[in-house]
Design a binder for this molecule. Structure first.
Ligand code: BG6
Length: 478
């Protein structure tokens, strides 16, 4: 069964659309890639599904001197590009367009017309206001400062920040301080879009709504955990950002560590934001720092060279950025969590661009049986594995050793109990940005990172970066 993941979600049997209150969202960086590729399509799809109230307003702000009509044409073109269902885009876009305004100007310039922007947002301070900073992190503090001076940090205003929050602990703290000077922590929504993915949410359900796994969910039961995010894309047109970041900062500091937290954390008392975030923080705090002595045995860095993908030639990373670079596009880290539950259980974190296939999954591998009772004619009992497939083909598999049916002796086979979301639940469900934007409107912080989490993650990442710098570790080509 194939599932169209780009066209608007169709209501599932039994699915419940939780309505949200009317809101105004201001997207700074409105003509940027993130806004056009993710934020506007997410709002459009939620609108098509009837979740966005008609009195809501979407205001895009950017320096480009264009009209609202020009802007809407850009949005429409991107929707058509990414949606397989052109007809539904055509049918609903005109109505959606009625919600959207474009506001040209440089928010950091003295002449920026804050009054005009306030009028677009609407006068009622009780209305929910979202300020989405789809901007480089260096601008988060200054823009928040301007919002405060313009009196827009009202009681029901929320600020949405995209990763990366800084490039190390010190810069993350400075950004958090600057944003915190204008908005209270309860109004700050730090997006890690992996937390909005369906299967990532399902991880909590799998762990805490089933009793099957918990007794073995520790170092006595689990041999190791693998968290892999493999992408086929290269650094693309974001090379200026990417070259300063690399795979460790771009992916591990946020997405992979968040996944690790959800796998490793203790059961929270409930799923309220702080209950979950407190438990994640404990995991981050227990990560064993990686030092100069073990950096070569616990980490691997790589950079893609020129090659072919699906029969087409693709340039190497250095060719793409036009010079030699030591930035890693692949990283693998063997991490340990120094606490009672996970003592000496390796967590293998791996991510890379230009991998042969796109696939993200979490594999929890259990210990092998202590003694081979079954003497087989072929095959052997293999350790059980729980595979949580994040994308594509979302689903959960439990790999078991079974007997090959029929006569012919005892032959063992390793086969999956396979829960494919597409086959079981059918039509598409909202993508991560759709879910996260609606969560901001509903004031649900549970899918967003708290300040201390971000900083704890940087604290550990900094140990790896420092060790790499002091050791000049090898950068492998692939
Ligand atoms: C972003 C990274 O946060 O996540 C990108 O900056 C990466 O480099 C992307 O490509 C991957 O997201 P997804 O949802 O496609 O797995």
């Amino acid at each position: 069964m194939t599932v169209d993941l780009l066209s608007p979600a169709k209501s599932q049997p039994g699915a419940r659309l939780v309505p949200v209150a009317p809101f105004s969202i201001v997207i700074f960086g409105g003509t940027g890639d993130l806004a056009l590729r993710k934020i506007l399509p997410a709002l459009f799809h939620r609108w098509c599904d009837g979740q966005v109230p008609e009195t809501s307003r979407i205001i895009a702000v950017s320096r480009s001197d264009i009209s609202t009509d020009d802007y809407l044409e850009m949005v429409r073109a991107r929707l058509v590009e990414t949606s397989t269902d052109d007809a539904s885009v055509k049918a609903r876009f005109a109505e959606f367009a009625g919600l959207v305004r474009y506001h040209a100007g440089d928010v950091l310039a003295d002449g920026f017309d804050w009054d005009a922007l306030s009028r677009e947002i609407g006068p009622d301070e009780q209305n929910i206001r979202l300020f989405y900073l789809a901007l480089p992190p260096g601008l988060f503090g200054p823009v928040c400062d301007r919002l405060k001076s313009a009196g827009l940090n009202t009681a029901r205003a929320r600020i949405v920040l995209e990763k990366p929050i800084g490039e190390d602990l010190a810069s993350a703290k400075a950004i958090n301080d600057a944003v915190g000077a204008a908005f209270e922590e309860r109004a700050i929504f730090r997006i890690d879009h992996y937390l909005g993915k369906e299967t990532v949410q399902n991880l909590l359900v799998l762990r805490f709504a089933n009793s099957l796994f918990e007794p073995m969910w520790n170092s006595q039961g689990v041999d190791h955990v693998q968290i892999t995010v493999a992408e086929t894309v290269g650094a693309g047109d974001r090379t200026s950002y990417y070259d300063g970041a690399g795979a460790l900062r771009d992916m591990v500091q946020n997405h992979l560590l968040q996944l690790l937290c959800l796998v490793a954390m203790e059961p929270p008392r409930n799923l309220e934001a702080d209950a979950v975030r407190d438990e994640k923080l404990k995991v981050l705090g227990a990560l064993r720092p990686i030092g100069q002595d073990d950096v070569s045995s616990l980490t691997v860095r790589g950079q893609y060279g020129a090659g072919a993908m699906n029969g087409e030639a693709v340039p190497g990373y250095a060719d793409e950025i036009g010079r030699a670079s030591r930035t890693e596009t692949f990283v693998a880290v063997k991490a340990f969590i120094d606490n009672w539950r996970w003592a000496n259980t390796p967590f293998y974190l791996r991510t890379g661009k230009r991998m042969p296939e796109r696939h993200s999954e979490i594999v929890v591998q259990f210990h092998p049986v202590p003694h081979q009772v079954v003497k087989s004619d072929s095959g052997r009992a293999r350790p059980n594995r729980l595979v949580i497939r994040l994308q594509p083909d979302e689903g959960v598999k439990l790999l078991l050793t079974t007997k090959d049916p029929g006569p012919g002796g005892m032959r063992l086979r390793y086969v999956p109990l396979n829960l494919s979301f597409a086959d079981t639940f059918g039509a598409r469900y909202p993508d991560a940005y759709e879910r996260l934007l609606m969560a901001v409107v509903r004031d649900d912080l549970s899918l967003f990172m708290r300040r201390d989490e971000v900083e704890a993650a940087w604290r550990w990442i900094d140990t790896v970066v420092e060790a790499w710098e002091s050791e000049e570790t090898e950068l492998y080509r692939y």
